[in-house]
Design a protein around this ligand. Structure first.
Ligand code: HEM
Length: 338
């Protein structure tokens, strides 16, 4: 494969997205989102203050947020990898302009990646506002989806001279059940939102038992109106969350209940789209979902161990991208004969 092709760069882009998302989750789970209190610099430095003099100067400048190297490192590593992803998006746009194919997709990818940078900055300046952090994670999923879309399109087989599509396999069971796939995708987006909302409001520790929530109860006291107030005030520092215990319980329980819904719907969808051609996709999808449920439960058992939280995040992205593949394949008609 030509390494300066859109196909090659999009594969690298997808791998990089997984790395950047894992680093973002690591940063959040280490409570290091404010590891650097400024942006794009870190305590006024391009990398981070390293000498005792630089650390002292940084502490004088940010007395409310003294340097904590254990928190600075995840934040800085995440920033550098995210910036490299931006460079990949620029390179991919240049390649698509040269190849005269998928310029629109690559331009959108670059715009969304720039917006991601802006949301990364807002995450710091608005002190981990839950809605901003949640949007930032969804933005990352959109970036990964655009890289995937460019990969899928560049994998179609064209003739050399007239750019005519030579071979395209048809996935009839996906085409026929397109609306069911869309509905499943919406359910997954809602479930991912509930997970991110659990994480960004520090609601994981509100239910420390499984399958009960706490004190042996399935449904302890909850406060849904507070838990789902998306537009919390700007200003407070949201590290460790600001909501009451009842509000956090409401969020956590809704995420658990959402998982039950998505599992039942996914089984129904799998039966609907099952065919000889879709077998690998369906088996992959159900295995990822099963693993996700196990990781969700062990999130509770391990009090969200960092490896566990990161893995739960990465499988969520995998499920998201599986839907992108299903939607893509359901939108095309085959032309094997042409
Ligand atoms: C079935 C599909 C599921 C999906 C797609 C999903 C997705 C997610 C996502 C995207 C996050 C945010 C991770 C982050 O921001 O780092 C999350 C967090 C979480 N999920 Fe799930 N989840 C699922 C099932 C479950 C189940 C069954 C449980 C437990 C019974 C669970 C427990 C949790 C907990 C405790 C968190 C918070 C972790 C933290 O504080 O970072 N999840 N989930």
């Amino acid at each position: 494969m030509n390494i300066f092709s859109a196909k090659f760069f999009s594969i690298i882009g997808i791998v990089f997205c997984f790395v950047v998302i894992a680093l973002g989750a690591w940063t959040r789970l280490e409570d290091a989102g404010l590891g650097c209190p400024d942006w794009p610099l870190c305590y006024g430095e391009w990398i981070f203050p390293q000498t005792p003099e630089a650390i002292e100067a940084a502490n004088n400048r940010f007395p409310d947020n003294p340097v904590d190297i254990a928190k600075v490192i995840p934040e800085v590593v995440h920033r550098f990898f995210a910036a490299s992803l931006g460079l990949f998006a620029i390179a991919l746009l240049a390649i698509t302009i040269r190849e005269k194919k998928m310029k629109a997709e690559a331009s959108i990818l670059l715009i969304v990646t720039i917006c991601q940078g802006i949301f990364g900055a807002l995450t710091v300046t608005l002190k981990l506002h839950p809605l901003i952090v949640s949007t930032h994670l969804f933005g990352a999923m959109i970036v990964a989806s655009l890289f995937l879309l460019i990969y899928l399109k560049s994998s179609e087989i064209y003739t050399n001279n007239q750019g005519k599509l030579l071979k395209r396999t048809s996935y009839e069971s996906l085409v026929k059940n397109r609306n069911y796939i869309f509905f499943g995708f919406i359910l997954l987006i809602l479930q991912i939102f509930l997970g991110v909302w659990t994480s960004t409001n520090y609601a994981s520790w509100s239910c420390l038992e499984f399958p009960t929530c706490h004190s042996g109860e399935f449904l302890p006291t909850t406060k849904f109106s507070e838990g789902f107030d998306l537009f919390q005030p700007i200003g407070p520092n949201y590290l460790y969350g600001e909501m009451s215990g009842e509000a956090r319980t409401a969020i956590h329980l809704t995420h658990r209940i959402g998982a039950i819904f998505i599992c039942f719907y996914s089984l129904f969808l799998s039966v609907k789209i099952w065919s000889e051609k879709t077998k690998p996709i369906v088996i992959f999808f159900l295995s990822a979902l099963f693993l996700q449920v196990l990781l969700g439960i062990s999130n509770i058992m391990t009090l969200v161990a960092v490896w566990n939280g990161v893995a739960h995040n990465l499988i969520a992205v995998t499920l998201f991208l599986t839907f992108i593949v299903m939607i893509y394949l359901s939108s095309r008609r085959g032309n094997e004969s042409s």
